[in-house]
Design a protein around this ligand. Structure first.
Ligand SMILES: [Zn+2]
Ligand SMILES: [Zn+2]
Length: 358
């Protein structure tokens, strides 16, 4: 497929994204070329779109939540152990790590010193085709749609957040923010037997979805004092809190709402810096931890939960749009004009040849 062109969404600078013809990715040894079927828009890419994210430098094809069909291979095996073959339906872990640095060897490959994110350090999946190392790919079972496969990445983030929260089945979990990561955290917590889950957000529709997904209580932070509400429902506080927003007032709520000795996990990346009630943290012995991305284990776990239908791409929270709607979808998402919690772009169908969609 050399010298051929494909359609891609290219981010050119703040609020500036176009669809245009781009050269097909070239494969290094051990890589596969994926005909992208579905690719989600991530919150981190919205800050990228606005130019607030130093990781992303224009011109850039973003897109790291992808799934599709393998159309070319240069050897290698998938993460799931099978030999890489043309025709395989896969999702991929977009965090490419070295496997040999001190962080990889200490079990924190998500913090690899040489990590590269597909869609940031190398061209991503907002395109008809994307190249990734075969070892990053996970075979999708027949019954799982490519849209469902594209949810493995955000779900893996949430799985790690829930794991780091240390919440146990009998305990009470508070999740602040019912965007895709907060919702996936509800699903991940439910999947491990946590039943008392309280979710806050400011959008009633999202709270409704959270309820659907198994939150036993929800609170609209625009209408009620979240910390007071939590104290009322969970006297003493929540045993663990996950902040999937990242705005300073919400980070403070997380700390005020947890029990003494409880664990607060920050995953939302809204404010670069926040003033924290440090003396309160000290006097309550609160454990505050960040969580970043996922390891291979978290990702494999996400694919497993999707396979078992724990998270489903239903229309109440997820909207599918054609790839060429991407620039409009980004603009609507950053302006808060969309109703859907998640937008997944539908790119080329596996039977489309290169250059389609134009
Ligand atoms: Zn993402
Ligand atoms: Zn490494």
């Amino acid at each position: 497929m050399e010298n051929q062109m494909m359609q891609a969404l290219v981010w050119l600078g703040p609020r500036d994204m176009v669809q245009r013809a781009e050269p097909m990715p070239k494969l290094a040894p051990g890589e596969v070329l994926i005909s992208v079927g579905a690719v989600g828009i991530c919150g981190s890419e919205l800050s990228g779109f606005l130019g607030h994210n130093t990781l992303r430098v224009p011109p850039l094809i973003m897109g790291h939540e992808g799934a599709g069909q393998v159309v070319e291979v240069t050897g290698g095996t998938f993460a799931t152990g099978e030999e890489a073959t043309v025709g395989a339906r896969v999702t991929f872990n977009p965090l490419v790590v070295c496997g040999t640095c001190d962080r990889c060897l200490s079990g924190r490959s998500n913090l690899c010193r040489l990590r590269q994110l597909v869609g940031a350090h190398r061209p991503g999946a907002f395109a008809q085709y994307v190249a990734v190392p075969a070892r990053q790919c996970y075979l999708l079972p027949e019954h799982l749609s490519l849209v469902a496969g594209s949810l493995a990445e955000p779900l893996a983030c949430s799985i790690r957040a829930v794991a780091l929260s240390g919440v146990r089945p009998q305990e009470r979990l508070l999740i602040l923010g019912a965007g895709p990561i907060g919702l996936c955290a509800v699903a991940a917590a439910r999947a491990q037997g946590v039943e008392q889950i309280l979710v806050s957000d400011v959008v009633p529709q999202r709270l409704e979805i959270a309820r659907h997904w198994g939150a036993h209580d929800v609170v609209n932070a625009r209408e009620q004092d979240v910390v007071a509400f939590v104290q009322e429902r969970y006297p003493g506080g929540a045993d663990s809190v996950i902040d999937a927003v990242g705005a300073t007032p919400v980070r403070t709520q997380a700390i005020r709402a947890v029990v003494p000795g409880g664990r607060v996990v920050f995953i939302g990346l809204h404010d670069e810096e926040s003033v924290m009630p440090a003396n309160y943290i000290i006097r309550q012995e609160i454990i505050v931890t960040g969580t970043f991305a996922y390891t291979d284990n978290d990702f494999a776990h996400a694919v497993d939960l999707l396979t078992h239908g724990i998270v489903q791409p239903s229309v109440d929270w997820l909207e599918e749009r054609p790839l060429n709607d991407g620039p409009a979808a980004f603009a609507e998402l950053v302006d808060g004009k969309t109703k859907a919690a998640k937008i997944v772009l539908i790119a080329a169908t596996p039977n489309d040849g290169p250059g389609g969609l134009s």
